[in-house]
Design a binder for this molecule. Structure first.
Ligand code: AMP
Length: 293
């Protein structure tokens, strides 16, 4: 397994593989890797000749009051996980490698200022004025910017994203369509703890007690699916009943039903929609969702 930190080396290495007709898969991540990330790598390993994983905490997708500074960075462990998944190349650049305007050694404020000085993709409002976009202004602009940069460097045949971040997945699919890209975007199912809690790098902020409370988030979603399967597609009724299962210390930011292709809000729960939730356990913001049908 190769660890590469410069754009130039990655670009040249992948170019050679492509000249040899190798199918290249890319798994973009922010590190602090867990079994959820590993499932994307394993999917890529099955389908591609060369698997590239990027590990990069992307400053442009964080807001000023978010956790860019304290986001877990455990690269040595990440290397081990990638190795165990049979990854060929890890790309682990410094921020100034990805954003030439990034000020090395700068303060958090200066680091996040990079967005003002760089070319940034603007995601249409119809995708960002809902769900996570409501409380995270500019987040998806930052996500699409870093993903586009990675696509430009690696030019993968397939890129793998988790259904865990379903709004991100749908936005990236629509971005590729809109930008005439032929990169295939492959969504992969959510990996969960036995309790049902969706794996997330941010779970490391939770205490054991909070993890138990957080596992009720998936109970709410599962109950909603069960009620739908039993014939109730009325959002209000279904949510009212399901929310009885949520731990009382959890604060909901949103609970919505949206269309799987367009992110439009749905009046009723229906096939090809998903139910998404964002909720806070203490100060930790968690997201989860289930696809219907
Ligand atoms: P992140 O490092 O959080 O940016 O996530 C990198 C990729 O891993 C994204 O495509 C996520 O959707 C995906 N991912 C994160 N958690 C999970 C999970 N529990 N199951 C499946 N995919 C996940």
């Amino acid at each position: 397994m190769q660890v590469i930190s410069t754009v130039r080396e990655l670009n040249e290495t992948v170019k050679q593989h492509k000249l040899n007709n190798k199918k290249v898969g890319l798994v973009p991540t922010m590190g602090a890797l867990h079994k959820g990330h590993k499932s994307l790598m394993e999917c890529a390993r099955k389908e591609c000749d060369i698997v590239v994983v990027s590990v990069f905490v992307n400053p442009t997708q964080f807001g000023p009051n978010e956790d860019y500074d304290k986001y877990p960075r455990v690269f040595d462990k990440d290397i081990e996980l990638c190795e165990s998944a049979g990854v060929d190349i890890i790309f682990h650049p410094e921020p100034e490698e990805m954003y030439p305007d990034f000020k090395k050694g700068g303060t958090l404020k200066e680091n996040l200022q990079v967005k003002e000085n760089s070319y940034i993709i603007k995601v249409p409002e119809k995708y960002t004025n809902r769900l996570c976009g409501k409380t995270r202004p500019g987040h998806f602009d930052g996500v699409c910017t870093i993903v586009s940069k990675l696509f430009a460097i690696v030019k993968p045949d397939v890129a793998y994203f988790g259904q865990k971040d379903i709004q991100q997945l749908i936005i990236i699919k629509n971005m590729c369509k809109s930008m005439n890209s032929d990169i295939k975007i492959q969504g992969c199912p959510i990996v969960r703890e036995e309790s049902g809690l969706a794996l997330s790098s941010r779970n490391s902020y939770l205490s054991e007690v909070e993890k138990v409370k957080a596992s009720t988030i998936f109970k709410v979603l599962s109950k909603a699916v069960m009620l739908f399967k039993n014939g109730n597609n009325n959002k209000k009724d279904v949510f009212e009943e399901s929310l009885k299962l949520l731990d009382k210390d959890i604060n909901i930011e949103y609970l919505e039903v949206c269309d799987c292709n367009t992110l439009d809000y749905c009046e009723k729960i229906r096939h090809n929609s998903f139910i998404a939730i964002a909720a806070k356990v203490g100060n930790v913001r968690l997201i989860d969702n289930v696809i219907i049908g």
